[in-house]
Design a binder for this molecule. Structure first.
Ligand code: HSE
Length: 433
């Protein structure tokens, strides 16, 4: 059925919702031209009393999202609540009521991927989610459509703006973690619960979305190894940058080798010459390596209201175009597939490592560290001893490529040495190979 007006409801009216309304005000003729239909925001549902006035669109305001579900005139629901619940219930109810959904909610997709897309498929409606990863960077369309001819082999991403902002300030201004975090919170990039950002979970949600698209099957969140940046010491950030030419970033990495998938989020040291080293503040970057296209890099603002709203508005346009043409029920944007994925655990990852041992300054200590590493078959590439800055002497060792499991065992043994003043600090070095 063709339609000349498409009705849109917004559920959740926070930073992104307000920016979306602004885009509608500023660019409505452009959006309508691209959609091929008139676009009307007919509802705004939010628990808070929104003193919202829109003389152009004149949406009805409600605190009860069920009113949106019950209104048969609503074609597209934009879910901007975030988090697992009640967002999951709202999205599922909307899909069951035959409404298409545009969502920015990476947490929901990562945790309930199969349920969301099978419900959409069963009810012949669509879920679009461009803003869920990389905010304003169109990486979802890029991967799902633009690179659809490729077998994806690797994905690397700086996927969280808050942590990238923190690490950028630690690197460039020497701020410690706590002060840099305060700056990020002030700047307004962080999730409602900033532990999602700094503990790496937000990046893990986004990696699940990208990896599931690339693998053609759901990569489950518990199968992603996740480490955040709360333990990062500015001493190591500075040392790595100044003495080793390595920059600290929080990376999401997914690899697809021989039918196996590995997915991990952790801080990593990367060569200062790599383009990711210049991805600063709230910016995100994703490199997707396809067997035909090679490396394709996406870059742009990964956090903040206007950037996320840009992606949500693009979803609305895509959906509205299909609603207007009466084709939205025909081919699912994401086809749910019962593909069983074999996950490769992080213990099998092989990379170089930065190890900092904080030792009592005594003869023979370095020899004992070398002995421990040697017995675990971890080969040393370089050793750096700096004057003691705090208690004890920091000895930094950069290893050759070594398996994660061997390095973990060596660290455990070294932590037991009587000359150790504090636990070994370890950062993986990512060479993007
Ligand atoms: N809190 C997120 C970030 C915002 O810092 O990247 C968008 O997902």
């Amino acid at each position: 059925m063709m339609k000349d007006t498409v009705n849109i409801a917004l559920v959740g009216m926070g930073t992104v919702g307000s920016s979306l309304i602004e885009i509608f005000h500023r660019n409505l003729p452009l959006l309508e031209e691209k959609a091929g239909a008139k676009l009307r925001i007919t509802w705004i549902a939010d628990l808070r009393r929104t003193p919202f006035k829109d003389a152009v669109q004149k949406p009805r305001l409600t605190k009860d999202w069920r009113q949106v579900v019950r209104d048969p005139a609503v074609d597209i629901v934009v879910e901007l609540i975030g988090g697992y619940e009640p967002a999951r219930t709202i999205v599922l109810e909307c899909l069951k009521a035959g409404k298409h959904v545009a969502t920015a909610n990476k947490a929901l997709l990562a945790k309930h991927w199969d349920e969301v897309f099978s419900t959409a498929q069963d009810h012949r409606v669509q879920v679009y989610f461009e803003a869920s990863v990389g905010s304003g960077v169109p990486v979802i369309q890029g991967l799902n459509e633009g690179m659809s001819a490729n077998r994806v082999e690797r994905i690397y991403g700086i996927l969280n703006g808050t942590t990238n902002y923190i690490l950028t300030r630690m690197t460039s201004e020497g701020l410690d973690f706590a002060r840099a975090l305060k700056g990020a919170q002030k700047a307004g990039f962080a999730e409602a619960d900033p532990t999602f950002d700094i503990e790496g979970l937000d990046a893990a949600h986004k990696l699940v979305v990208l990896a599931s698209l690339a693998a053609g099957g759901w990569v489950h969140l518990p199968d992603v190894s996740v480490e955040g940046i709360t333990g990062i010491d500015v001493w190591d950030v500075n040392f790595a940058r100044k003495k080793l030419g390595l920059v600290t970033k929080l990376l999401g990495i997914a690899r697809f080798d021989d039918g196996k998938v590995s997915a991990r989020v952790h801080p990593a040291l990367i060569p200062a010459s790599h383009p990711f080293a210049n991805v600063s503040a709230e910016y995100n970057a994703v490199t997707i390596h396809g067997d035909a296209a090679g490396d394709v890099m996406f870059y742009g603002k990964g956090a903040g209201g206007p950037a996320a709203a840009s992606a949500v508005a693009s979803d609305v346009v895509y959906l509205a175009r299909q609603v207007a043409n009466g084709t939205a029920d025909q081919i699912p944007y994401i086809t749910r597939r019962e593909r069983k994925l074999t996950m490769d655990p992080i213990e099998n990852v092989v990379c170089r490592h930065y190890l900092r041992f904080t030792m009592k300054d005594k003869p023979g200590v370095l020899a004992r560290i070398a002995d421990i590493l040697g017995r675990h078959k971890v080969s040393i590439a370089s050793v750096h001893q700096d004057g003691g800055v705090r208690r004890g002497v920091p000895i930094v060792i950069v290893t050759h490529q070594a398996p994660e499991g061997a390095v973990q065992d060596a660290m455990k043994e070294a932590d037991g040495m009587s000359a150790m003043i504090k636990k070994v600090v370890r950062l993986r070095i990512e060479d993007f190979k």
